[in-house]
Design a protein around this ligand. Structure first.
Ligand code: GLU
Length: 484
């Protein structure tokens, strides 16, 4: 049988890292086996619908390379692919009525007042009303009279009060619950829309889905899905419920972390491929300890049996490291395109930005790191002369002053301000004085950058700064050292 997986997001806002992981795993399971990956938009919860959220879904799938074979924009013969449109075909009502005919579901006309008087239970922090099957006992005539009178209704699942139901998950194994614990959940709401729970089952079946991957917040409702499959006599797909993604303090990765969505991560200077790579490892690991994977490599290596049940900790430090690896490996043109806005943010003078970009490529983890590395090109910081003292280079204020005073006239006379030309001049001086390289380079680099750490050496920095600015900085250095 051909593997068919689906990503079934609800358009409720940004693309949470957990959603992207579900999409990625669904994609990988399908592609690993040469199957089809489908996109289905689950928009039956009209209250949670957010304008623009569907566009975010498309954009993210496109950007990450999780290309769907079927979806609202690509008909594969299983459409419509948007639940609100499927509803208009009457599909959910048809199946709900089939369950009513089988005695597996029933109309419920209870009003808010009556429901409010029922017992409530707290399930996963949410208060839910345990329905008492009141309307199950209405006679056929009563039901028909209510329907004819246009009384608002919902359709509920009729779960048995005895026996138990076993549900199988690939990671969690068999989960058995007493049927008495299963609430008669609503299948069709009073607005005529199916609930997520019902639409999901109907759609996964009618769209021939073989594998379902989703967050384990759905695990506790799964026995109720299982009952629906049984009631219809349908084959249950393979279910893979994924472990929760937590932050470093083991709490659910929340918006306030600032990096819970794909958009947030891109805004913070992360590279799409690095994010996808990192997310693949949030719960899954290959047999060896390999960590860097292209999407193609993930398709080849991904085996969902190797997904772990333990919570996946979103480690931003690790993602930063991984992102740095991607930046190092990136071709220069793409790198420059992404680096340019960060460079321009701090560098408004006439400088060779490409050259500066080349200096930082291997030194950053995320693009905004660039600013702190290159800001001195814009303006010489007000540094402390203590920086001239370096034990290993055997430099101090006096030696540095001497060096700067000696080389100033040489650099004033020099016309060739290329890195090579400048290096030659300083190397000649080093040789003439019989000192170590660092003895000269350290004070010069300090003077032209005003920083302890720079992304390049003294002469490369001077090449970018140009003659006038380099000399101005060296003179400032001399003055500072004289006044120290
Ligand atoms: N619409 C559900 C969600 O976005 C889908 C869950 C599922 O994949 O079954 O959470």
């Amino acid at each position: 049988m051909k593997i068919r997986t689906r990503y079934a997001p609800s358009p409720t806002g940004k693309m949470h890292v957990g959603n992207l992981r579900s999409a990625l795993y669904e994609f990988l399971i399908a592609k690993h086996e040469g199957g089809d990956f489908m996109l289905r938009i689950e928009d039956t919860d009209q209250e949670r619908f957010v304008e623009g959220a569907t566009e975010i879904i498309y954009r993210t799938l496109e950007k990450t390379g999780l290309v769907h074979d079927e979806g609202p924009d690509k008909d594969g013969g299983y459409g419509p692919y948007v639940q609100s449109q499927r509803m208009k075909t009457g599909i959910y009502m048809k199946y709900a009525k089939e369950l009513i005919d089988k005695g597996e579901a029933y109309y419920c006309f209870c009003d808010k007042g009556r429901l409010a008087s029922l017992k409530t239970e707290v399930v996963e922090g949410k208060e839910i009303t345990v329905y008492d099957k009141h309307c199950l006992h209405l006679s056929k005539e009563e039901v028909e009279a209510n329907l004819a009178a246009g009384k608002p209704f919902v359709i509920r699942q009729n779960n048995p009060t005895e026996g138990s139901t076993t549900f199988h998950d690939e990671l969690y194994g068999d989960i058995t619950v007493e049927n008495a614990e299963l609430d008669d959940m609503i299948l069709i709401k009073s607005d005529g829309y199916p609930t997520y729970n019902f639409a999901n089952v109907v759609d996964d079946h009618t769209m021939n889905i073989t594998h379902v991957v989703r967050g384990n917040e759905y695990l506790s409702s799964s026995p109720k899905y299982e009952r629906l499959y049984q009631a219809f006599g349908w084959q249950t797909p393979v279910y893979v419920h994924l472990p929760l993604i937590t932050d470093e303090s083991h709490k659910k990765l929340a918006k306030r972390s600032g990096h819970s969505s794909f958009e947030d991560l891109l805004e913070q200077g992360f590279v799409t491929e690095a994010v996808v790579n990192y997310i693949a490892l949030l719960g899954w690991s290959p047999e060896d300890n390999r960590e860097i994977f292209t999407l193609e490599e993930l398709i080849r290596e991904f085996d969902y049996h190797r997904i772990s049940k333990s919570p996946a900790v979103f480690d931003i430090v690790k993602l930063r490291w991984m992102n740095g690896e991607y930046i190092k490996a990136m071709d220069f043109d793409r790198f420059y395109e992404m680096a340019e806005p960060c460079l321009k943010k701090v560098l408004t003078r006439d400088l060779d930005l490409k050259k500066i970009a080349g200096m930082v490529k291997t030194r950053i983890e995320v693009f905004p790191d660039i600013e702190g590395h290159v800001d001195f090109f814009q303006e010489l910081p007000d540094y402390d002369t203590a920086m001239y003292t370096h034990k290993k280079m055997k430099t101090d204020s006096a030696s540095s002053l001497q060096v700067l005073q000696d080389i100033l006239p040489l650099l004033e006379a020099q016309e060739d301000y290329s890195n090579d030309g400048l290096y030659q001049t300083l190397a000649n001086y080093v040789e003439e004085k019989g000192v170590k390289n660092g003895y000269v380079m350290w004070p010069v680099r300090t003077a032209v950058s005003g920083k302890q750490m720079t992304p390049a050496g003294a002469t490369e920095i001077m090449e970018v700064l140009g003659k006038e600015e380099s000399l101005r900085r060296i003179r400032i250095g001399i003055e500072k050292l004289q006044n120290a």
